[in-house]
Design a protein around this ligand. Structure first.
Ligand code: AMP
Length: 315
């Protein structure tokens, strides 16, 4: 465990960030990265605690960057909430963060519009670049499909590419991701394995509000009524878990139908409900091994509330 970190140093420049990390490593510290898109809440801060628990002398870096390449033009990039001053206060109050990496942009943007009107399959970034613009992408080919990838075809390509860029800039030894974004966590683990990044990936447990709703920066956009309705996700997962653990009916189809019904009755618009093997994310027909239930539903106009349920350890 490191000594108290005090006020984190805010670094905006890529080269300065890399130099900072290299200096920390030369001092014998393990560099631990927590990537975020800002507007921090207790869920993010739990990742910081996880980072701070890394053994030996450490240097903890939190990145704050709203990644345009993971948003389709129809999505909420323009209204994604931000509060850098508040984030810095929260991070300083943990006493566990040594640096905040807050790059103005991680891309070389070109001048010519490319495919700007091609709809949801084109990311916000792509719509804005051309010429000298960014054109190299990382695809985790199987894991990026299905679940969130079905209705958001550019999402994981954008996530994987920016996380790889953060890894190349910060050069961490360890990086911490939340299991709330279960598919993202598994996909990053696979990318790190496949591309030989020398980085240990830690998956951190979901942090929920007192009433059970998974904490999310986007929750701020929920009206009181929508928030109430969104609690049906947690309710439906708890019921499914009980049903699966009691072996009352272990057919995935049956449990998925029950979840869809609960969400729909609550006024949610279901994006997907899947019961998957924990590492491969391959859907299972029968719950006869540890699985994860993944649910995404819209409550309100633009908001997707996503939850990867905790494992059903007993199948
Ligand atoms: P975001 O800023 O939403 O991109 O999230 C940054 C990181 O925090 C990701 O690894 C998320 O999975 C994680 N995270 C966000 N919300 C929670 C939560 N409620 N519990 C645990 N981790 C979370």
């Amino acid at each position: 465990m490191a000594a108290a970190a005090g006020e984190p140093e805010v670094i905006r420049d890529k080269a300065a960030m890399r130099a900072w990390s290299r200096r920390r490593r030369a001092e014998g510290r393990t560099v631990v990265l927590v990537p975020t898109m800002g507007f921090l809440h207790e869920g993010h801060l739990s990742l910081v605690s996880e980072a701070a628990a890394t053994a030996g002398p450490i240097a903890v870096v939190v990145s704050i960057y709203v990644n345009p390449s993971q948003f389709a033009p129809t999505e909420d990039l323009a209204t994604y909430p931000s509060d850098l001053a508040g984030d810095l206060r929260k991070l300083a109050s943990t006493g566990a963060v040594h640096a905040v990496f807050n790059p103005p942009d991680l891309y070389v943007r070109g001048g010519t519009a490319v495919g700007a009107s091609a709809g949801a399959a084109v990311s916000c970034l792509e719509a804005a670049v051309g010429g000298d613009g960014h054109e190299t992408w990382i695809r985790v080919e199987r894991l990026e499909k299905g679940l969130c990838g079905s209705s958001r075809p550019v999402f994981f390509r954008g996530v994987a590419t920016v996380v790889a860029k953060l890894f190349n800039i910060v050069e961490p030894d360890v990086a911490v991701f939340g299991k709330k974004d279960y598919q993202q966590w598994r996909l990053i683990c696979r990318m790190v394995r496949d591309l030989d990044f020398a980085i240990e990936i830690i998956g951190s447990e979901i942090v929920r509000e007192a009433d059970g709703l998974a904490m999310s920066s986007r929750n701020v956009h929920l009206s009181r009524e929508e928030r109430e309705k969104a609690l049906s996700i947690n309710r439906s997962l708890a019921n499914a878990r009980t049903a699966a653990l009691n072996h009352s009916n272990s057919a995935s189809e049956h449990i998925k139908k029950q979840i869809v019904q609960t969400l729909t009755e609550a006024g949610g618009q279901v994006d997907y409900v899947e019961i998957v093997e924990q590492e491969s994310l391959v859907p299972v027909e029968t719950i006869d091994r540890p699985v994860t239930i993944c649910v995404a539903a819209f409550f309100g106009k633009i908001l997707a509330v996503l939850v990867g349920d905790s494992p059903l350890e007993d199948g």
